[in-house]
Ligand binder design. Structure first.
Ligand SMILES: [Cu+2]
Length: 65
C-alpha cells in the first residue's frame, strides 16, 4: 500500500481527478482518499515513483506520508 499527503486535494472533484490519474497507470488500483486529512492510500502493483508522477502530472502536490 502507498500512502501520500496531497496538500491541494480539497474536495470531491480533486479526489475524482487524483483517482483517475492513479487508475491511468493501474486500472485496478484501489484508492482511498481523506479530503479533510489531505491523505491518500492506494492499493496498487505500480511503483510509488510511477503513481506519484501521475498524480503530480494531474496538478497535485504529492508527498509520501
Ligand atoms: Cu477539489
Amino acid at each position: 500500500m502507498l500512502r501520500y499527503t496531497i496538500e491541494n486535494m480539497t474536495c470531491g472533484h480533486c479526489v475524482a481527478t487524483v483517482t483517475k490519474a492513479v487508475q491511468g497507470v493501474d486500472a485496478n488500483a484501489i484508492v482511498r482518499a481523506d479530503v479533510a486529512g489531505r491523505s491518500l492510500e492506494i492499493d496498487t502493483g505500480a511503483t510509488s515513483e510511477i503513481v506519484s508522477a501521475a498524480v503530480a502530472a494531474a496538478g497535485y502536490r504529492v508527498t509520501p506520508a
